[in-house]
Design a protein around this ligand. Sequence first.
Ligand SMILES: NC(=O)c1ccc[n+]([C@@H]2O[C@H](COP(=O)([O-])OP(=O)(O)OC[C@H]3O[C@@H](n4cnc5c(N)ncnc54)[C@H](O)[C@@H]3O)[C@@H](O)[C@H]2O)c1
Length: 301
Amino acid sequence: MSEIRFDGRVAIITGAGGGLGKTYALMLAKRGAKVVVNDLGGKPDGTGASTSMADTTVKEIQEAGGEAVANYDSVSTSEGGKKITQCALDHFGRVDIVINNAGVLRDKTFAKLTPEELEIVLDVHLKGAFFVTQPAFAAMKENGYGRIVLTASAAGIFGNFGQTNYGAAKMGLVGLANVLALEGAKNNIKCNVIAPIAKTRMTEQLLGPLADAVMPEHVTPLVTYLVSEGCTLSRECFSVGGGRFARIFVGLTPGWFAGKGKVASAEDVRDHIDQIRNPEGYIIPDSIVQDMQALGAALKG
Ligand SMILES: NC(=O)c1ccc[n+]([C@@H]2O[C@H](COP(=O)([O-])OP(=O)(O)OC[C@H]3O[C@@H](n4cnc5c(N)ncnc54)[C@H](O)[C@@H]3O)[C@@H](O)[C@H]2O)c1
């Protein structure tokens, strides 16, 4: 089989000064991509800033013979997002790939969560993906080509104690990807989501005994594949870590139909709740249309 290459391609990778993002930057550059290495260079809680993290990744890429430029803008403002895409256009003339990876943590139980702890997490993860991807998407549309990856988390998709802010932001990214994949389809722009598990500065205290088995490099191959030209998947989501790769999906059960024109009572719902919840025969809708079609079919009888 042929090697996956990125010659002539330009990639924006946010939060690429360390952890997972750095491995993507090194891998794509090694395979021929020109890389915008974005990183604000702050602490895991989002405080502080420095140029050293992005610079270190760029230096490593250049020493290995690759091409990269550092960018220190925050993803969390519209202005920052525009500057990141502009950096790619100014230095390399195009944008083919965006890997939204920048992230911060402010874990707190819901009852104690402050507005500030909610805002910074939504700003970096959810709004940040909008701010970075929107200008890049415009450039991709012009070229009729694009590959986008969004970084969600099992903490949102499946739930994790103490992470309502983070979980909501991460699940929001799944919604963003679902719609972006549909809007990008006619311009050959694919958008997929990963939910990684890896030992980084963000997680080393949280992973317990798993930590030493889950290196960031275990996640890199999936992301590399998802942003490659040969990958025609879109609107998909994957769990990835420690050498295991698995699909995550949202399914729709056949459910229970009350009958044409009938308004069910709360007792009817109670009495059919097992059938409503029964996953047997589920489908994986590829847009809202299939959900509507399933309803339409029930109404037709
Ligand atoms: N490591 C895991 O197990 C895991 C699990 C689920 C999701 N994630 C997600 O993966 C992504 C990468 O995380 P990581 O584990 O490599 O942690 P990390 O802390 O090493 O990487 C995050 C990077 O984002 C940068 N960053 C933070 N705020 C920024 C901003 N406003 N603008 C630009 N850059 C900013 C940081 O400086 C840092 O380099 C994050 O989105 C994280 O939520 C990680």
